[in-house]
Design a protein around this ligand. Structure first.
Ligand SMILES: [Zn+2]
Length: 183
């Protein structure tokens, strides 16, 4: 068995501003598994960004006023920053490990792990592109409206999916159509 030496304990991952429960801190010190666990590159940093406080919507407030647009600009930028850090970590992780597997079996494992990470990175890149487009729409005063029917997408839906370009109805119609085409 090749003895793999870990240079140092994993550096503490930078956490996105999060409301960590106080007791979660105690758990963090759990001993690392003896086998290098496949890193959870797909840990869904991408799927959703939670580092924000929901917008305190006031009654009768105009849709996509300055405050709301500032709110979404912050969400989009924070999300993008998080994704870019994740891409960085993936690249470094792959570089660190690249020379580490002299054994062919280990190499096979490593290769499948790499292809997973590459897919993850690809997904993150695409998301970053969508975020950039959303930021562009914000600047153009065009953010938050359905590109298909023109209605307001809605603050809460946008908070759940800041890159949404369609209202929920058009989105669902499209999905049904896609399913029919695909089936
Ligand atoms: Zn629509």
């Amino acid at each position: 068995m090749p003895v793999k030496k870990k240079a140092a304990p994993a550096k503490p991952a930078k956490k996105p501003a999060a409301k960590a429960a106080p007791k979660a801190a105690a758990k963090k010190a759990a001993p690392a598994p003896s086998k290098p666990a496949p890193r959870k590159a797909s840990r869904a940093a991408g799927d959703m960004f939670r580092g924000f406080t929901p917008y305190p919507l006031k009654k009768g407030e105009p849709y996509m006023n300055d405050a709301q647009r500032a709110h979404f600009r912050e969400i989009l930028r924070g999300w993008k920053r998080e994704l870019m850090e994740e891409v960085d970590r993936t690249v470094h992780h792959m570089q660190d490990e690249a020379a580490n597997f002299p054994d062919p079996n280990d190499r096979a494992t490593q290769e499948s792990e790499f292809s997973l990470e590459l897919r993850t990175r690809d997904r993150e890149r695409k998301l970053i592109k969508k975020i950039d487009e959303a930021l562009g729409n914000l600047d153009a005063n065009d953010y938050g409206y359905c590109e298909t029917c023109g209605v307001e997408i809605g603050i809460r839906r946008l908070e759940a999916r800041p890159t949404a370009t369609q209202c929920i109805d058009c989105k669902q119609l499209d999905e049904i159509r896609e399913k029919q085409m695909g089936g």
